[in-house]
Design a protein around this ligand. Structure first.
Ligand SMILES: [Zn+2]
Length: 437
């Protein structure tokens, strides 16, 4: 539903669009196929490859000029409201809402047409911005609004100090009784996703390190019970084996990090690989280890805190998971000062270099598997008849150049729900290459 003031023609009013002369990455295939794609309303009506022509009559024909057409990217670990460099707890809600709305546009501008909230920096930021996006007032990806990071006293996100009041990101609790109320309250407010911080982390070695489990089992049991009872899904921060096993036992769909998984937790993940998606967010670990010097974390400090070790261990664990067919997804934890929104696709290179993923496996994880983690495996993440028309067009072949998404000039077109967020731009690189051949 578009707002009446919106000047662009919405998918509801516009006639069919036929993209011709495009090379299609369908979300799962190992190579591109030349073809045509017909859009009707907000859905993909037909896809033709192998020289088949779709009927031109009554459709607006858009010549793709040999560009790549592929599904929009799907981020299963998105902190839309995270920003920097200021302490996020100290940003007043009014400013923070505007920042979140601005970042929603940045995310969509980089070809990400859907995202799962991974923790909201204030209780209603995700909810409010999602509602504005869905109403058509502001641009942004399809979005599942999350709770803040829900953590126990002394867990990741609790940086309080006695006698020193300051606002922080997380929502703290202790005990099942408190958590029951908190999760019910967020469901009432309208979240889609509940985020639980089960394990500790290197960021807080003095309180609760990554190999320690912060949240007790009775707490995880109650939090997941209420979320499931109200039809919500869950994310969790879980680095060590115990926290991963807890996430599996209580049906938490998206497991963030999982970097210290042992053989037993890997066996369990493999046995349940259709129910869980792993988002390691190694890009954050990498950037913290080597690139956060300007923000007070020198490489020496990062190494002392365990980030270099964590990166190596995490990469080894992910390689084992990949061999077992466990779904590992890129993106995650962009939005910190040293990992700004819009640079998320740096993860493509990390997956190639650190985890040995093939380019098509990376793009499949960023589209078709992302759609599974988003909860719409039969409607998003593939260029397929009947699927929602969330598409991007690229000047180049993303299977050959994993950095294409990092430069917005390479993103020639962005369509979400059948509407153009970015109308087709002139193609340069592909044309130049064709002329040279
Ligand atoms: Zn996160």
């Amino acid at each position: 539903m578009m707002h009446a003031d919106q000047p662009a023609l919405s998918a509801e009013k516009r006639g069919p669009i036929l993209f011709t002369n495009v090379r299609i990455f369908d979300g799962t295939a190992k190579a591109l196929s030349a073809g045509e794609v017909l859009i009707q309303g907000n859905r993909i009506k037909k896809v033709a490859t192998g020289g088949e022509k779709l009927p031109r009559a009554s459709a607006e024909v858009v010549d793709g000029g040999g560009a790549t057409l592929m599904p929009g990217l799907i981020n299963a670990h998105c902190h839309m409201s995270y920003t920097g460099p200021q302490n996020m707890g100290h940003i007043p809600p009014e400013e923070h809402t505007l920042i979140t709305a601005r970042q929603a546009k940045i995310i969509l501008d980089h070809g990400m047409t859907a995202a799962v909230g991974a923790g909201s920096a204030k209780p209603r930021l995700d909810i409010a911005v999602r509602n504005e996006i869905n109403a058509g007032y502001i641009p942004g990806p399809r979005y599942l609004a999350a709770t803040p990071e829900i953590t126990v006293t002394g867990g990741l996100g609790d940086s309080r100090q006695l006698h020193m009041h300051h606002n922080e990101l997380a929502h703290y609790f202790d005990g099942p009784h408190e958590l029951r109320r908190i999760v019910r309250e967020y469901c009432r407010e309208g979240v889609d996703v509940v985020k639980l911080m089960i394990s500790g982390d290197h960021l807080i070695p003095n309180f609760c390190d990554a190999d320690q489990t912060a949240m007790d089992e009775d707490e995880v049991a109650v939090g997941t019970h209420i979320a499931h009872q109200r039809g919500r899904t869950l994310n969790c921060h879980a680095r060590n084996p115990e926290s991963i096993k807890r996430a599996i036992k209580y049906g938490i769909q998206r497991i963030y990090h999982a970097t210290l998984a042992d053989e037993e937790s890997l066996d369990l993940l493999e046995a349940n690989k259709d129910k869980h998606w792993i988002v390691p967010a190694l890009g954050f670990t990498y950037a913290t280890a080597y690139e956060a010097g300007d923000f007070g974390i020198s490489p020496a400090t990062a190494e002392k805190w365990g980030f270099v070790d964590e990166l190596a261990k995490g990469a080894e664990t992910m390689k084992k998971m990949h061999k077992r067919g466990i779904r590992i997804l890129p993106f995650g934890d962009y939005g910190f000062p040293w990992t700004p929104h819009g640079t998320d696709t740096r993860d493509f290179r990390h997956f190639q270099k650190m985890l040995g993923f093939k380019p098509y496996e990376i793009l499949r994880a960023a589209t078709a598997y992302g759609a599974e983690a988003f909860g719409k495996p039969n409607e998003l993440g593939q260029v397929k008849a009947g699927y929602l028309a969330d598409l991007v067009m690229l000047d180049g072949n993303p299977l050959e150049d994993l950095d294409l998404f990092l430069d917005q000039a390479n993103i020639l077109m962005i369509m979400k729900d059948g509407d153009f967020h970015k109308a087709l731009q002139p193609i340069r690189k592909v044309r130049a290459r064709q002329a040279a051949e």
